[in-house]
Design a protein around this ligand. Structure first.
Ligand code: GN1
Ligand code: MG
Length: 347
């Protein structure tokens, strides 16, 4: 299949190898090498998750045109049009494929290896948001409607509980209690969005460390990737999701993970320096954003576990449950250290 697809893109040479890239829970990616030595990333977009691939590609086009030549923004990864001019290719079996250059001499770190790495990612995501501060946010489509609408994520959890299609509910009583006891506070951010207390921004919405490519030698940020969920959102989403994923003492599915305050501090410094435009209320909401994104992600993993894991790719049968537990462990630690988290932001 990949051979046929590749024939429809302007590669400069013949593809000599196509290897799967295993990072990411959603799309399928392949590293393609041509006989010229040039490398590309071929990607099959997950349509169960992204219903409108055209809308994603149109969002990316709008952003690319807006940021073209902007010195403020970190470069964004751009897809290569197919020979027929399409931004992606239909394979006739429901698959949507697209191609972008592989960024040579770059690193995509699952987790930061130093405070400096993490601060680099903060700067890159912060600059991305800052450079788009005047972009008319309403022109972007919601590629996944209500993506960080936490109350909606709780509704999805309750719907899964009502049906319990895999009979897994008895196994996850403790996790359900943990999440449901926190529902009210978890919905505060969404209320702030709805009341207009904080402005809608262009946000990335999936700000894991691995979504910033670092220069393998200098470890400076090269570009921001994985732009499928760039949508109207709150600054607290991007700050929060980055902290969730990068300022933890272990992996996303690591038992008993806690908050790494030194990494948290490094991220705050990078992000706030890159985002001088945030309002006082936005800054104030950042720690709550970190806690909310962590709890929300746990709720999403738990919901997926109850439903039989249709959404997130898993490596073993209870992987989504382990991920949910890890996120809840991190959220609980943030609760213990919330005052410190707030102080670091206000300093
Ligand atoms: C998914 O696609 P990937 O692996 O970068 C998910 C994020 C989660 C993340 C958890 C579209 O990101 O929202 O935070 O897994 N992306 C989508 O690792 O749902
Ligand atoms: Mg992603």
């Amino acid at each position: 299949m990949t051979e046929e697809i590749l024939r429809r893109f302007p590669l400069d040479g013949k593809p000599v190898s196509v290897e799967p890239i295993t990072a990411g829970h959603i799309n399928k990616s392949f590293l393609v090498e041509c006989d010229s030595g040039r490398r590309f990333v071929l990607q099959r977009v997950n349509r169960f998750v992204f219903h409108d691939v055209g809308a994603i590609m149109e969002n990316l086009r709008l952003l690319r045109d807006y940021l073209r030549g902007s010195a403020e923004a970190p470069p964004m990864i751009c897809f290569i049009d197919a020979l027929g001019g399409e931004s992606f290719i239909e394979d006739g079996e429901g698959g949507a494929w697209r191609l972008c250059p592989y960024v040579e001499n770059s690193l995509s770190l699952l987790r930061p290896e130093s405070e400096a790495d993490f601060c680099e990612s903060a700067t890159a995501f912060g600059r991305f948001q800052y450079a788009l501060r005047d972009f008319p946010v309403g022109r972007l489509s919601d590629t996944i409607p209500r993506f960080h609408d936490t109350p909606e994520r709780f509704r999805q959890l309750r719907a899964a509980m009502d049906v319990d299609p895999r009979g897994r509910m008895n196994e996850v009583k403790r996790e359900l209690d943990f999440a449901l006891a926190r529902e009210e506070r978890a919905c505060v951010l969404q209320r702030c969005r709805e009341s207009g207390e904080v402005p809608l921004r262009v946000t990335h919405n999936d700000t894991k460390m691995s979504n910033v490519l670092l220069d393998a030698k200098t470890r400076r940020a090269l570009c921001v990737i994985d732009l499928d969920t760039v949508m109207p959102g709150l600054s607290a989403y991007d700050f929060g999701d980055a902290i969730r994923a990068g300022a933890a003492t272990g992996a996303e599915d690591g038992a008993g993970i806690r908050l790494n305050l030194a990494y948290y501090t490094a991220f705050v410094r990078g992000f706030l320096t890159a985002c001088p435009h945030l309002t006082a209320r936005e800054r104030e909401l950042l720690p709550l954003g970190a806690w909310t994104m962590t709890l929300e992600c746990g709720v999403r993993f738990l919901t997926d576990y109850l439903c039989g894991d249709p959404y997130f790719a898993i490596d073993y049968p209870r992987h989504n449950l382990e991920r949910a537990r890890a996120q809840f462990s991190l959220a609980a630690d943030m609760e213990r250290r919330f005052k410190e988290m707030q102080e670091i932001v206000s300093r």
